[in-house]
Structures are given as C-alpha cells and as structure tokens.
Ligand binder design. Structure first.
Ligand code: KPL
Length: 306
C-alpha cells in the first residue's frame, strides 16, 4: 500500500516510520524533511528508514492508497484544501486530530471515504530526522456514519502489522468525544497555569478540575456520550483522575504548545463543548473562561511583534 502522511509532528512521523517497515510512505510537510528518518523505539533501539518526502505545495504525481492527516487540529482543513485538487475522488482519508471540529466538516467535504482515528500512542520529536516512540498505546478507527467498516478493518490490520495495534470500531464519535472531555478537563488548566498533569491533584487545582467535571458531565450526557465506566459525573470523574494519575509526570500537549509559543488546540477541544452547551441550554462558565483566555493568547500570538 502507498500511504501519504501529511503533518510531520510526532504522531505523523511515528505513523510514517512504523508504516515504512511494511509499505511505501511519503511524508508531506510545508518544508522538505530529511528522507532518512530515525525512529527510537520504546526499547531504545534506533531504527533508520528512508521515506519519500514532499512539500505540500509540490505533491508527488503518484496516487496514494490512503492519506493520513496528522496535522494539529487547527491545521487539518487548510492541509486538506492543499491536497484536495491533487487527489482523484475515492482516496481514503484518515483524520488523526484531537477534538471534534475538523472531523464532521472533512467527513462531509472529502471526495472519498473518511475515517477518524484516536490513539493513545505516545511520541515526541527529537529533531527533523528523529522521533521517539515513547510508549505503546492503542488506536481506534471508524467513520462518523459507520459506512466504511471494511476499510477501517483493513487499515487497522495494516497499522497493527506495522507495530501500532489498532482496531476498527463502530462508535468513533463517542470515543473522540471522550478524549475531548478528558482533554478539556486537563489541558486548558495545565496550559494556563504551567503545571504538570499530576499537580492537578493538589489544591488549588483539584476543585477547578471538579468544577469543570460538573460542567462537562451534563453537556456530554445531553450529547448522548457516556463515560467508559460508571455513569454521569462519577464515570467522568473516574476517567479524568485515572488519566491524571497515569500521566502525572507529563506535560500535556497544550502546555507544550504554550511553552513552545505555538497555537493550542483550544478551538477543537473547547468550542464543540460550548456549542453543545448552547444547543442544550446548559451553563459552562469555566469552559467559556478557558476558551476566552486561550483565544486571547492566540490573538496575541497573531499580532506582529514590534
Ligand atoms: O492527551 C493528553 C494531552 O497531552 O493532550 C492528556 C494530558 C493525556 C489528557 O489531556
């Protein structure tokens, strides 16, 4: 199979280099990356691969069997716009973004099957030529309207054989919203206060997490999204605190974005929740406060510096 991976962050390069062991891979970015790429495995082995590389404004003339969009959530639609004219109808698109913003829009817009993926694989970039696969995880794949089960099963097999265990599911919307809920309870707080995830267990942050949970639970319930274990706020509380424990020493992705001066994924994570709150007539002042603060930061980032 021929895969295009669009978006050269940690996840994109992890997917690209794992697939490169068994398939033809082209890594597509705004600038040309080195064709020789090293994957440092969780067991600390350094595996070197040669992959195809291309710039998004100079795409290869070959046709891929699947395109994996691995940009940040806010870059996905622009990346898709840049690709769309070059792809014949019918090429499958896999969306690996957090949140729930580009997924419904691109599922409508793309001229071919669209799968969404959510993963717990851990990776981080070392430099332009090296990426570390920090921890094994699991990937779920499915289409929002559950129309592409066979394709999801085929791609799940391809990923699993390449060392990224994956499974096709018929409830990807629910799984994306669950991850979004966890991200909403953790990421804006740690990003704004500059703390590691585990510090959320301490005063003064614990009550702030609990207040967000009290806002999130009715919104999710109104959207028909149940937590994986338990019911209502008890289930969401269990899930969020489990993730905090499991990632206590980590700096969340949103904090890393803030510290690196990058745009955060606040629109993809918080805006769908606030839109749902509005639809169902629910109050969400804590979530709204985070969205406003992160939007103000994004506006300030967009200002030219003197
Ligand atoms: O997924 C995460 C992230 O870093 O974005 C965590 C912190 C595990 C949950 O929000």
């Amino acid at each position: 199979m021929r895969h295009w991976i669009v978006g050269p962050g940690a996840l994109g390069r992890l997917v690209a280099l794992r697939l490169a062991g068994t398939a033809e891979v082209t890594l597509i970015a705004r600038r040309t990356l080195p064709a020789e790429q090293t994957l440092i495995t969780p067991a600390h082995a350094a595996l070197v691969f040669r992959v195809g590389v291309a710039r998004i404004d100079a795409l290869p003339s070959t046709i891929p069997d699947a395109v994996h969009l691995t940009t940040k959530a806010h870059g996905a639609e622009a990346a898709h716009d840049a690709l769309a004219d070059h792809l014949p109808d019918g090429v499958p698109l896999v969306l690996w973004q957090n949140g729930f913003a580009c997924q419904p829009r691109l599922s409508e817009r793309h001229a071919g099957p669209v799968l969404c993926a959510t993963t717990t694989e851990g990776a981080h970039v070392q430099d332009d030529a090296r990426v570390t696969h920090a921890g094994h995880g699991h990937t779920f794949l499915g289409s929002l309207d559950d129309r592409h089960r066979a394709l999801a099963a085929q791609l799940a097999d391809v990923l699993s054989s390449a060392g990224l265990p994956a499974e096709a599911v018929d409830d990807i919307r629910r799984r994306l919203w669950r991850k979004l809920a966890v991200n909403a309870a953790i990421n804006p707080l740690v990003a704004r206060f500059g703390i590691r995830n585990g510090e959320l267990r301490d005063a003064p942050f614990r009550p702030r997490v609990e207040a967000l949970l009290a806002e999130l639970a009715p919104i999710l319930s109104a959207e028909g999204i149940a937590p994986p274990h338990g019911e209502g706020i008890t289930g969401w509380r269990r899930l969020v605190w489990q993730v905090v424990e499991a990632t206590a020493a980590n700096r969340a992705s949103m904090l890393q974005d803030v510290q690196a001066g990058r745009l955060t994924e606040h629109e993809a994570i918080l805006a769908p929740l606030l839109a749902a709150a509005k639809r169902h007539g629910l109050a969400a002042p804590g979530l709204a406060d985070h969205l406003a603060a992160l939007r103000a930061r994004a506006d300030a980032l967009a200002q030219p510096t003197g």
